[in-house]
Design a protein around this ligand. Structure first.
Ligand code: SAM
Length: 214
């Protein structure tokens, strides 16, 4: 119950108040129990306005950033979405609420296993998690209606652009290792790509063949 109240406050104070308007995203953020995706010792801080550690030197992103990135994908329901960087699985759950099926790739096996277990426990059966290098995308399941990258890339990995359907969107933080810009790429029906910048941000590194070297 306490958590439900904290979640309602998070939606009102951190999301609506800062301009998140997509009703489906707001509903998802109000439903998913974020405290279940962090260690028990951090559960009381799960609805705070900041990222939190999830082990392996990785983080669960700030609620506002999760909402902003999801809103930028402009999902209406039923889409096939690729997520790169499963981490705790929290963003995966938000995507599972607003899209049809989520394909999520995580490079660290321990995180992927933990995320898979909690997502199953919570009943998110429309999620597939794969351990590997997400900078290469997921060729067997491509193309996707939308791609969301939750780690910072030095440049947009070309396999991810290739794996977006015409009319689809790719949202990704791009920049140096300490600060980045959140970018939204929209692929037109003819395959041309239009890019816009959403906000400054700080993410952990996207490590892989088309990212930073580990
Ligand atoms: N969305 C996550 C959440 O809600 O908890 C937070 C993700 S965390 C900021 C970034 C994640 O990207 C880390 O778990 C990291 O291991 C993962 N990562 C980094 N490089 C990757 C790659 N090449 N492929 C897949 N995952 C990667």
């Amino acid at each position: 119950m306490e958590f439900a109240i904290a979640r309602e406050r998070m939606v009102a104070d951190q999301l609506r108040a800062r301009g998140i308007t997509d009703a489906r995203v707001l509903t998802a953020m109000g439903r998913v129990p974020r405290h279940r995706f962090v260690e028990e010792a951090l559960a009381a801080r799960a609805y705070g306005d900041y990222p939190l550690p999830i082990g392996e030197k990785q983080t669960i992103s700030q609620p506002y950033m999760v909402a902003l990135m999801t809103q930028a994908l402009e999902l209406v329901g039923g889409e096939r979405v690729l997520e790169v960087g499963t981490g705790s699985g929290y963003q995966t759950a938000i995507l599972a609420e607003v899209a049809g099926k989520v394909y999520s790739i995580e490079r660290i096996r321990g995180l992927a296993d933990r995320a898979r277990a909690i997502l199953e426990e919570l009943g998110y059966y429309n999620v597939l998690i794969h351990v590997g290098d997400g900078t290469l995308g997921w060729r067997e399941e491509a193309p996707f209606d939308a791609v969301l990258v939750t780690a910072a890339a030095p440049e947009v990995p070309s396999p991810l652009v290739e794996q977006v359907k015409p009319g689809g969107r790719l949202v990704i933080p791009v920049g140096g290792s300490t600060a980045q810009i959140l970018k939204c790429l929209v692929k037109g029906p003819d395959g041309t790509v239009r890019e816009s910048e959403l906000v400054g941000c700080v993410f952990v590194k996207l490590v892989g063949e088309q990212g930073w070297q580990g």
